[in-house]
Design a protein around this ligand. Structure first.
Ligand code: PLP
Length: 347
């Protein structure tokens, strides 16, 4: 028999208490509405199963995923009727699967509505497009007869620019209210994370925070409330010394001006630690900030240990990854910084 597979040299340090605290904060901020949770894209990259279990234990009763496969992953963890599948039923097979597991499809068009009804229907959610022009029933179709035949639990719409102050927010809110008057439903939902901060007009019955649960801060006012959840960490595989004039990494984009002590860290762009961090990112250990030197490679990144003699081979270092700061530094969005974290990280 083979010995157990050794632990990988890279891991996500995940603070599940922070996830819980962030959900409770967004739930409180949602006023009379109850907060659900977007757990699509594997819980924004952190691991949907663990995230859903933590959120469930915190009191969350509404889970939003994009794909049917993402619903399948949660069936033994949460009440299937609490799962909404945002992409809806694109085929009779989707309808049959949704009915069998008891999760709700989000109906996004008249053709999806007809397909769901043809398959025998059942409780569903309904997405109204109030301005995104992506998925959802357009406002001009809200009076359609086929919609009146649906058994709608949550009537939802999605904000285009909730992280910005723009007249579009109020316009979408008023269109959503118009749709609520036109279509029978049990619950209404509009706000994502940033939308929750726009006030009670935007809350309805259920809010749908995503990014802020995982540490994202889409509006500065959330900065005091939201805690960091994820810290990518990796092991230093090798320490080496270079003389002045030597270069580091592919294409020799960094040249040492003086003798330096370097550490080679076991993570790279294949793990989602992208090349945008080349000569720019930092790692941290024991309170020291350790700059990235040269280009990030596929599986490795070199950092400067010259002023950190206490850190060496086998030690773990954490990427500087506070989401608003990392987004500003990298040009990536906070959403991308979360969802691109690769599968080699132990979670
Ligand atoms: C992803 C998503 C959310 C969550 O949005 P955040 O900005 O991450 O809070 C809410 N609603 C819908 C329809 C979504 O697709």
């Amino acid at each position: 028999m083979l010995p157990e597979l050794p632990e990988p040299p890279l891991r996500l340090n995940l603070d599940w208490n922070a996830l819980k605290a962030n959900w409770l904060a967004m739930d409180r901020l949602s006023g009379k509405a109850r907060a659900g949770a977007a757990v699509k894209a594997d819980g924004y990259g952190l691991g949907a199963r663990k995230a859903a279990a933590v959120l469930r234990d915190a009191g969350c009763r509404d889970f939003f995923v994009a794909h049917w496969a993402e619903a399948a992953e949660l069936l033994d963890l949460v009440d299937p009727a609490s799962i909404s599948v945002l992409h809806g039923p694109q085929s009779p097979a989707d309808c049959a699967y949704g009915q069998a597991i008891g999760a709700k499809p989000v109906i996004n068009s008249l053709s999806q509505a007809q397909r769901w009804l043809d398959a025998g229907g059942g409780t569903c959610d309904l997405m109204i497009d109030t301005g995104m022009n992506r998925l959802g029933v357009p406002m001009r179709e809200i009076g359609s007869e086929v919609l009146a035949r649906l058994d709608v639990d949550v009537l939802l719409s999605h904000l285009v620019s909730s992280e910005e102050d723009t007249p579009l927010n109020a316009l979408q809110c008023s269109r959503w209210k118009e749709a609520r008057k036109a279509i029978a439903h049990r619950n209404a939902s509009l706000a994502n994370s940033a939308g929750i901060t726009l006030g009670s007009e935007f809350h309805g019955d259920i809010t749908r925070p995503g990014v802020s649960l995982y540490g994202g801060i889409p509006r500065p006012c959330l900065g005091q409330l939201i805690r960091q959840v994820v810290r990518p960490e990796a092991m230093i595989m090798q320490v080496r010394h270079v003389a002045a004039g030597e270069t580091v990494g592919y294409n020799a984009t960094f040249t040492a001006k003086a003798p330096m002590r370097l550490g080679t860290v076991s993570t790279g762009y294949a793990d989602g630690y992208l090349r945008c961090w080349s000569n720019k990112g930092f790692f941290e250990a024991n309170g020291a900030k350790l700059p990235v030197l040269g280009l990030v490679s596929m599986d490795m990144t070199v950092i400067d240990l010259t002023d950190a003699n206490d850190i060496g081979e086998g030690d773990w270092v954490a990427a500087s990854y506070d989401l608003p700061g990392a987004a500003a530094a990298s040009g990536l969005t906070q959403y991308e910084l979360l969802t691109l974290l690769g599968r080699r990280f132990q979670r």
